[in-house]
Write a protein that binds this ligand. Structure first.
Ligand code: FE2
Ligand code: FE2
Length: 146
């Protein structure tokens, strides 16, 4: 039985929050911190990808709210630009801080508006959850093979 799409996406949000907390409380070993920052970026990228490929189109189809999806995609794009700066960041803590500040603002809006609307409009959340899990598994395999 597939998990509900919103439960899966919220579990991602929670995992990201935990990873950022771990990053902040980690010591000052630069290579360990870079590794942690890379994991945060990878998880965020994967999360945004399944939302953009699977959840947002289904949301737009079910609610007709293209405007909200467009806004969310722009927010993802902004976070992506901040993620792209990580490999060359002189101040890694500042770079992670900026990513998380924007990501968290987006997550809160997603929760308040998109998820709330999705729950009340009869979307096939279990089916979507299954698709999200399949897509994540595919990408994870590709990353391991690379
Ligand atoms: Fe999002
Ligand atoms: Fe999200």
């Amino acid at each position: 039985m597939a998990q509900d799409a919103i439960a899966l996406l919220e579990a991602d949000h929670q995992r990201l929050e935990d990873l950022v907390r771990d990053y902040k409380s980690a010591g000052s070993d630069p290579s360990a911190k870079l590794h942690m920052a890379q994991i945060i970026c990878m998880e965020l990228t994967l999360h945004s990808m399944v939302e953009e490929e699977i959840f947002y189109p289904a949301f737009a189809h079910a609610t007709g709210d293209e405007q909200m999806v467009e806004r969310a995609r722009k927010e993802h794009q902004h976070v992506k630009e901040l993620i792209d700066r990580v490999p060359t960041a002189e101040n890694l803590d500042g770079a992670v801080e900026a990513i998380w500040r924007h990501a968290l603002e987006h997550i809160e809006e997603e929760r308040r508006i998109i998820f709330a609307k999705a729950k009340s409009c009869g979307m096939e959340l279990a089916t979507l959850g299954g698709r999200i899990q399949t897509r994540r598994a595919e990408v994870a395999t590709t990353v391991q093979e690379a």
